[in-house]
Design a protein. Structure first.
Length: 367
């Protein structure tokens, strides 16, 4: 898969911008603040409908403008996908896929696959559970587009239940809670089953990649901890998980009524990563954590390539400045053929052969 062209209007610092990259390696070189990362962010936004900087949609709009427009066309073999997004400063965005409106994350994930390496990927290992949940959910949504629908539906029921708890507390209607608990358990079990299936695919690939990228050949292990069920292993089905999750949600209702929030479900789960039996979040060095994070991203790239039969678009935002020369070479050795976008302030630190572009003054020109 590759991006054929990209057009921006009033996105971040770009008033009007167009770019036709090469189908292979594209190295974007420019000073800090030149807009390199914003180009990658726009490409990622087309694929995921979210900013990889975790910015709200309104923050993507250039100051003084009413809305940002991001357009791009992707190709994968004989098929293609034109994605167009109009994001206002406030209000709902408009997403078109091949000219058809009101498209969802699941619709786009069905035709566009993308993996991004970011400077703050260290957070996947060292920060709280939400980072690892988002990582696994993103891979699941691209591996099985229906997973994005399941995630969205689960979050909708969760919002409804939390709104009822916040508003009514112990006065919340029991019959309404029963209906919401059933939906939360059924949809939560679907999310759980997808996550466990993805963890099963990712874990061995991460261990293998870490062995090549890391300085010490210790084993990387994963452990899924459900907030209601406990430690989960293997790949149980949603139907098998739903009764246990419903029992846990029901058991937590008394506490939920007091706290006015939902305390059990996939939104509270954690995916623990250990290195040689040690908690990688607190007891691994920063170098070890970075190698694990790189392994996690490369594993997702490998899994998506196998699942979809085509290489995803790959974004590498200032990754090589964080790696020493030896680890950078080992990392490059694992990159399969496909379209790659790399940003750097110094062209010489990128050990990749391909098109070189200079980013300056709101434009991209051949270096």
């Amino acid at each position: 898969m590759h991006l054929i062209w990209l057009e921006l209007r009033d996105f971040r610092s770009y008033r009007v911008f167009s770019f036709r990259p090469e189908p292979g390696v594209n190295v974007l070189v420019g000073d800090n603040g030149s807009g390199k990362t914003s180009i990658l962010e726009a490409i990622g936004y087309l694929a995921s409908l979210a900013s990889f900087r975790r910015s709200p949609d309104g923050a993507l709009v250039r100051r003084g403008a009413d809305a940002a427009i991001v357009r791009g066309e992707f190709s994968s073999g004989p098929t293609g996908a034109l994605v167009e997004i109009e994001t206002p400063v406030s209000g709902r965005r408009r997403v078109l896929l091949n000219g058809k409106g009101n498209r969802s994350r699941a619709d786009v994930a069905g035709v566009v696959a993308l993996v991004a390496f970011l400077p703050d990927d260290l957070d996947l290992v060292k920060r709280g559970p939400s980072y690892r949940r988002e990582y696994v959910d993103d891979v699941a949504a691209q591996a099985w587009p229906t997973a994005a629908v399941e995630q969205t539906d689960y979050e909708r029921v969760l919002r409804q239940r939390n709104a009822l708890l916040r508003r009514d507390g112990r006065r919340a209607d029991t019959e309404t809670l029963d209906v919401l608990d059933e939906g939360l358990s059924r949809l939560g079990a679907a999310v759980l089953a997808r996550r466990l299936a993805i963890v099963e695919l990712l874990a061995p690939a991460v261990s293998e990649l870490y062995a090549d990228l890391g300085d010490h050949p210790e084993e990387v292990a994963w452990e899924y901890l459900s907030s209601g069920i406990g430690r989960l292993t293997g790949t149980p089905t949603a139907a098998e998980l739903a009764p246990s999750l419903h029992e846990a949600v029901s058991a937590a209702r008394h506490a939920d009524l007091d706290r006015r929030t939902t305390t059990v479900g996939p939104h509270r789960d954690d995916i623990m990563v250990s290195l040689g039996g040690r908690d990688a979040r607190t007891r691994a060095s920063q170098g070890e954590q970075r190698s694990i994070a790189l392994g996690m991203r490369m594993a997702s790239y490998s899994v998506l390539t196998e699942r979809r039969g085509a290489t995803p678009v790959l974004l590498l935002d200032d990754v090589f400045s964080e790696l020493d020369a030896d680890r950078g070479r080992r990392f490059v050795a694992h990159l399969p053929a496909g379209q790659v976008f790399v940003t750097s302030a110094r062209s010489e630190e990128v050990p990749l052969v391909g098109a070189r572009w200079t980013v300056a003054g709101g434009k991209v020109v051949p270096a």
